[in-house]
Design a protein around this ligand. Structure first.
Ligand code: ADP
Length: 288
C-alpha cells in the first residue's frame, strides 16, 4: 500500500504544483489522470524520491519514504518520461550492464534475469538490435525492462504513452497489466483511454489537487441520467457544453443537466471521458 498525506509543493516561481495531495493506492494498476501542468510529474518524481515536497508524508508499507528514501529505492522501479540515449549498444548488452550495476553479479543469474525481462516486454526477438534504432514503443517497453530490474514492488511510470501509435499503446498496456499482477504500478497520463480499461482505480488531478478518485464505474456513476447529446448543425448556436466534437454535419455536443435541453436531445451513457471533463470543470468553477 502506498499512502500520501497532504503533500504540498510550491516551486520557486510561485507555482503550486501540489496542494494537499492525499492518496491511498492499493495493489494492481493505479492511474493518475490529468491535463498537462496538473502536477502529475511533480507527484511521480516526489514518490520516486527524486525531489522533496514542502510538506506532507509518504508511506509505502512500513517505510516512511521521506525519512528513509534508500529503503524505498530498494523496492522501486521508475520509468521517466524520457529514457536516456545509449548509442552503439544492443538492448541485451545494455540490460546486462544495468543488471550488474543493480548488484546482480552472478553471470548465470544475471543472464536469466535479462532474458526473462526481455520476454516480459516482448523484445526477445529484437534483443540484438541497437537501442538507438528502437521505435518509440520499443523504447518505452525497453524502459519498463530497465525499471523492472531487481523485481521492484512499486513501479512508477510517468506519461509513458505520449507519441505511441495505437498498436504500440495496446502492447504497452498489456505489459503494464502483466507487471501489475506482481507489483503496485502507478501510471500517470493525460490520455483517458490509458486508464479506462486498464486501471482498477484512478485519481483525476487538476492544478495540483486530486479532484476525483475511484473506480472508473464510481467516477461515471454521478453522471448517469444527466448527460444529453445532440448534433448542432454548422452555424447553429452552441449551448454551454461539457464537451464538443466536430462531426461532418456539425458539432456533437454533450451537456450536463438534470433535464434534456430540448426535443432533439438524447440521453447519453456516461463515459470516463465525460467524468474527466466534469471533474475538471467542477474544479475550475470552484477553485479553493
Ligand atoms: P504534469 O506532469 O501534470 O504536466 P508538472 O508536475 O510537470 O505537471 O507541472 C506542474 C506545474 O509545475 C506546471 O505549472 C509546471 O510548469 C510547474 N513546474 C514543474 N516543474 C517545475 C520546476 N522545476 N520549476 C518551476 N515550475 C515547475
Amino acid at each position: 500500500m502506498l499512502e500520501t498525506h497532504r503533500l504540498t509543493k510550491t516551486y520557486s516561481n510561485g507555482v503550486h504544483a501540489l496542494s494537499d495531495v492525499s492518496l491511498d493506492v492499493g495493489p494492481g494498476l493505479y492511474g493518475l489522470l490529468g491535463p498537462n501542468g496538473a502536477g502529475k510529474s511533480t507527484l511521480m518524481r516526489t514518490l520516486a524520491t527524486l525531489q522533496l515536497p514542502d510538506a506532507g508524508t509518504i508511506r509505502f508499507g512500513d517505510i516512511d519514504v521521506l525519512s528513509q528514501p534508500d529503503e524505498l529505492r530498494k523496492l522501486l522501479g521508475y520509468l521517466p518520461q524520457q529514457i536516456g540515449a545509449y548509442p552503439g549498444v544492443t538492448a541485451e548488452s545494455l540490460l546486462e550492464r544495468f543488471a550488474w550495476l543493480h548488484g546482480n553479479t552472478d553471470r548465470k543469474g544475471r543472464r536469466r534475469e535479462v532474458m526473462e525481462l526481455l520476454d516480459k516486454v516482448n523484445l526477445t526477438e529484437f534483443r540484438s538490435q541497437l537501442v538507438s534504432t528502437y521505435s518509440g514503443g520499443m523504447l518505452r517497453r525497453f524502459g519498463i525492462a530497465l525499471a523492472l530490474l531487481g523485481s521492484p514492488r512499486l513501479l512508477i511510470v510517468d506519461e509513458p504513452t505520449a507519441g505511441l501509435d495505437p498498436a504500440e499503446r495496446d502492447r504497452f498496456h498489456r505489459v503494464l497489466a502483466d507487471v501489475a499482477a506482481d507489483a503496485l504500478v502507478l501510471l500517470s497520463t493525460h490520455i483517458v483511454e490509458d486508464v479506462e480499461h486498464l486501471c482498477g482505480r484512478l485519481s483525476i488531478m487538476s492544478e495540483g489537487r486530486i479532484v476525483a478518485e475511484g473506480t472508473p464505474a464510481e467516477l461515471r456513476h454521478p453522471l448517469e441520467g444527466k448527460l444529453w447529446t445532440s448534433t448542432i448543425p454548422r452555424g447553429g448556436r452552441l449551448p454551454e457544453a461539457l464537451h464538443l466534437a466536430a462531426r461532418p454535419n456539425g458539432t456533437a455536443v454533450v451537456v450536463h443537466a438534470d433535464k434534456p435541453p430540448g426535443q432533439s436531445w438524447a440521453l447519453r451513457e456516461p463515459t470516463l471521458q465525460d467524468a474527466y471533463h466534469a471533474a475538471l470543470r467542477e474544479q475550475l468553477s470552484s477553485p479553493s
